[in-house]
Design a protein around this ligand. Structure first.
Ligand SMILES: Cc1ncc(COP(=O)(O)O)c(C=O)c1O
Length: 394
């Protein structure tokens, strides 16, 4: 028994943490400090010579952060992990650590708005060009590769249409080239997909979503081989977007129930997607667990479940879709997902409020598009609220 590897739920509960902590505490302590003191000059010398591995200063690492990183690495099956203050900080720091002026990036188009904004507007300021390619067009992705392409970035499933990428095919595409394949796996989570096993080099998550899981923290993580993570960690020490010990603890705490929550999220997502598909006031549902989804077969082949997020089009115009939101009694309106509270968002009036309709449509954001994230409530109660709000659609 002792030498049996821990299963996924056991990793979520135990990995990364000491068996017994300070004062025999069962939980990992929150080491709430900005600095770590030295007893004397020999203590300093032992540290700088590498004889004594310890902590020095909060921006360079903290034991509570390390415990959270080890737990995440164990769940993802990664050699190492590095935490950041947010998912965006994980993405931007990783890119800037790995790129040099003159490099080229390929990214797919159905991606988180701020990631695309970073690639299109920030990277060019540092001499890095990005090609944005349709998420559906593998020939165009291959054609976009150049001798100076250093990063191929994709989300899977994507935000908000939940398109699923063929990560094995992408890995084949970049094989033998000096290209780092990075997948933002926020929507998949290590419970539902194992990108590193499919040939991806680095995995990024916004831990703000499923991993934290309680809509109460912001964090991001990059996971993969230590050789990459070491490089990013050195750069991160200069960039400084650290997570902090309290948030690290919140993440550890949230992860204890990760496997349980994911089971419920997968069940709720599937049931709600199936319900919405039958509702006459819905024009279209996007959920990889529905046979009508473009990537149903690929999702079934490469994923264990399809998560809590269901995207759909209401049979209404802009005003009618907003009126549907206003009729909801229990469900909360808000722009996030993956937490215990169900959340519903209207991208056209929240995330894309400063775009014209034409700009939104060119980005695929329709007036009647809704992104729904099921919480851990009973699916029947969620459906009841959706049902009464949809019944008012004219
Ligand atoms: C797929 C994806 N990646 C990254 C991010 C950014 O994460 P954060 O909000 O933690 O910075 C988000 C945020 O919604 C996201 O949806």
């Amino acid at each position: 028994m002792d030498d049996e590897p821990l299963n996924f739920s056991e990793l979520a509960v135990y990995a990364g943490e000491e068996h017994v902590n300070a004062y025999n505490s069962i939980t990992t302590p929150i080491i709430q400090t900005s600095t770590f003191i030295f007893r004397n000059s020999k203590d300093i010398d032992d540290y700088v010579s590498g004889l004594n591995k310890r902590y020095e200063y909060g921006r360079y690492g903290n034991p509570t952060q390390t415990a959270a990183e080890k737990k995440l690495a164990a769940l993802e099956g990664a050699e190492d992990a590095l935490l950041f203050s947010s998912g965006m900080n994980a993405i931007t720091t990783t890119f800037l650590a790995l790129l040099r002026s003159g490099d080229h990036v390929v990214t797919t188009d159905d991606a988180y708005k701020k990631t695309l904004e970073f690639c299109k507007t920030v990277l060019p300021q540092f001499g890095v060009e990005t090609s944005v390619v349709s998420v559906h067009d593998y020939d165009a992705m291959e054609a976009a590769l150049r001798p100076n392409t250093r990063i191929f970035f994709s989300e899977s499933p994507t935000n908000p249409y939940l398109n699923v990428m063929d990560l094995e095919r992408l890995a084949q595409m970049v094989k033998g080239k000096d290209i780092i394949l990075i997948s933002d796996s926020t929507f998949a989570t290590p419970y539902n997909q194992r990108p590193l096993e499919l040939g991806v080099n680095l995995v990024i998550h916004s831990c703000t979503k499923y991993l934290g899981g309680h809509n109460d923290l912001l964090a991001g993580v990059v996971l993969g081989p230590a050789s990459f993570i070491d490089k990013i960690r050195e750069f991160h020490k200069t960039m400084g977007g650290v997570i902090g010990p309290f948030t690290s603890y919140m993440l550890i705490r949230g992860l204890k129930t990760f496997a349980l929550r994911m089971q419920r999220f997968n069940e709720n997502g599937q049931k709600i997607a199936e319900y919405l598909e039958r509702n006459p006031h819905i024009r279209r549902v996007y959920y990889p667990g529905l046979p009508c989804h473009k990537y149903y077969d690929l999702a079934r082949r490469t994923m264990r479940g399809f998560g809590a997020v269901v995207t759909f089009e209401v049979d209404a115009d802009y005003a009618g879709t907003r009126a549907f939101l206003d009729r909801l009694k229990r469900l909360r309106i808000g722009p996030s997902f993956g937490g215990v509270e169900s959340l519903i968002t209207h991208p056209a009036s929240i995330s894309y409020y400063n775009c014209t309709r034409e700009e939104r449509e060119s980005l695929g954001i329709k007036d009647n598009l809704i992104r729904f994230s099921a919480g851990v409530e009973e699916p029947e109660s969620i459906i009841k609220d959706l049902e009464q709000a949809l019944a008012g659609v004219k």
